[in-house]
Design a protein around this ligand. Sequence first.
Ligand code: GTP
Ligand code: MG
Length: 240
Amino acid sequence: MTDEAKEQIRPVPPDVREDLFVVIAAFNEVASIEPVAREVRAMFPNVVVVDDGSTDGTLDVARRSAKYVLRHVINRGQGAALQTGIEFALRHGARFILTFDADGQHRVEDIPAMLEPIWRGECEITLGSRFLGKAVNIPSTRRNLLRLAVLFTKIVNRVKLTDAHNGLRAFSRRAAETIHITMDRMAHASELIDQIRLSGLPFREVPVEIRYTVYSLAKGQSSRGALRIVWQYLLGRVFQ
Ligand SMILES: Nc1nc2c(ncn2[C@@H]2O[C@H](COP(=O)(O)OP(=O)(O)OP(=O)(O)O)[C@@H](O)[C@H]2O)c(=O)[nH]1
Ligand SMILES: [Mg+2]
């Protein structure tokens, strides 16, 4: 992080910093988990990596860089990994919980702005929005898919958002206790939005920057993956 970037970051009260748990779900992220976890930890000590049954050595590398490392013995999906991390954080007394991707797409500098409306008591949940902020190097197919996801959220979840599937989210303790992710894989993002609406918990979108690097693009979701997410969500709604 440059000195200029550091100066622009909003201050975080020390008690908020100490009582924040940052949950990073990681599946086969051996190349990125160490720098990501270290960078977060330099600002926020309670970093929880949930290794989601990786087979590439993510676990060992995470143990070098995160304060807490949890492991699923089999790959269960991002939704399940986040729920595991959130429950761990609650058990350890977290007052604030933030989810952060392991693939280097998020910026640590965005965390203070995600937390501020919550610690000021203005809302219970914040959702990062790359379309209020920046989506650096986003391919047009990905942009269009995400626009469709926004439309889907408006029609099916009946919530108006500008960005529906952003992994950067923050919760108050009360919100984290209320919300319970049951959709193990990527459809949890839509499930979460349903739960926010049903719970009536106040939320806000916060502009953030998402970086599409060669690495994250190679690992991220495909167009077919998007269809699978819709299918998993619909199945989850029918059988829940
Ligand atoms: N794909 C995938 N990611 C997982 C899983 N479990 C945990 N994760 C983590 O979830 C985070 C987000 O995964 P991505 O596949 O990049 O999803 P995304 O960021 O919503 O999609 P893109 O915008 O395409 O990058 C990463 O930190 C992954 O390591 C899993 O089973 N599959
Ligand atoms: Mg990603």
